[in-house]
Design a protein around this ligand. Structure first.
Ligand code: SAM
Length: 319
């Protein structure tokens, strides 16, 4: 029998939401106000959050992470940061923003960014990319790549690891037949908490429900003591992925050039000049003939013509 509570928690996890955030948004959309005793109403009563505070949050998030928050995200910001204020025993967002922007707020800035980033992801999200990877790109890499060098791939904005592990599965499956060619996958994210979880490589079993039985068996094992509810990525796959915390707005201490870069569903939060700059930098890190994957709904701004489109949200650096 499926456990409804687990399913509800899984749906919230997929939507990148916490339970109190869901309750808040649900009640607001249903009733316009919070007609609820307890936690949700208390949130409104005891924390001061003005329009000016919301603007301060937007400005700081843009300056530190390049992320542009829409003006209609005020409720979301409140819900996500309220628990930080409570943890610090603060009652006003204005005080909180002073802390975040002060030299002594370095540690809190990490929590601030972690709370506001959206980490929605899934194994084999946008499956056509993985078909393209297995059917066309990796065989092409095999043909042109020297056998004594690793095939370098970067998953930039990797969230909790489902994307780089999916890439790793396909890369291992295709490259396994070619002696000496090993994938080396760098997986980075701004959010330190998702990197910690990705490194562990543990997932609720439902997260891999869409994988074939063969893939699940080959790359995952039940986590001992979890009663089968949690699976763990096998060491053989885990060792091909290196996780690092990295803000795409800062320097990139990465070792390229890369054959492939995945930066999917990340630049959607960035404004146009930021996206443009980012694409230029990705082009510089790719080898000639390398490929860049974006999310399907993301628009490529490439006035310098550094890339040519080759598939849905797949771009090639000429060479
Ligand atoms: C929606 S998830 C996408 C995950 C995965 N790429 C996918 O498509 O399934 C976006 C990720 O981008 C990360 N991110 C946002 N701004 C970033 C930045 N400035 N530098 C690095 N990562 C960032 C977030 O922390 C989040 O984990």
């Amino acid at each position: 029998m499926p456990n409804p509570v687990r399913w509800f928690q899984w749906i919230l996890a997929c939507a990148g939401m916490e339970q109190d955030e869901f309750i808040r948004i649900f009640l607001k959309s249903r009733y316009g106000v919070y007609r609820m005793s307890g936690q949700a109403r208390q949130l409104d009563a005891d924390l001061s959050f003005t329009g000016h505070d919301f603007e301060a949050v937007r400005t700081t998030l843009h300056a530190t992470a390049g992320i542009t928050l829409d003006a209609d995200k005020r409720d979301l910001v409140y819900a996500r940061l309220a628990r930080r204020l409570r943890a610090l025993r603060m009652t006003a967002f204005s005080d909180y923003m002073v802390l975040v922007n002060s030299p002594r707020g370095a540690e809190e800035r990490v929590h601030f960014i972690n709370a506001l980033t959206t980490n929605l992801t899934a194994f084999f999200r946008e499956p056509h990319h993985f078909d393209f990877l297995a059917g066309r790109l990796l065989p092409e890499v095999l043909r042109r790549h020297a056998a004594d060098r690793p095939v370098r791939i970067w998953s930039a904005g990797c969230s909790t690891g489902e994307e780089p592990y999916s890439i790793a599965m396909v890369a291992q499956e295709v490259l396994a037949s070619a002696a000496g060619l090993a994938p080396e996958i760098l997986a980075t994210d701004l959010d330190s908490s998702v990197i910690a979880s990705a490194r562990q490589g543990r997932y609720a079993r439902e997260r891999i429900a869409g994988l074939s039985a063969q893939r699940s068996r080959k790359w995952f094992r039940p986590l001992p003591g979890s009663g089968g509810g949690t699976v763990e990525v096998k060491h053989e796959l885990r060792k091909t992925v290196t996780f690092r915390q990295l803000n795409l707005m800062h320097d990139w201490p990465v070792q390229g050039p890369f054959e492939l870069i995945f930066c999917r569903n990340v630049v959607i939060y960035f404004d146009r000049p930021t996206r443009q700059r980012l694409l230029e930098r990705f082009a510089d890190c790719l080898c000639d003939g390398g490929y860049l994957f974006l999310g399907r709904s993301e628009v490529m701004y490439d006035p310098a013509g550094r890339f040519e489109p080759v598939g849905p949200a797949v771009y090639r650096k000429p060479g």
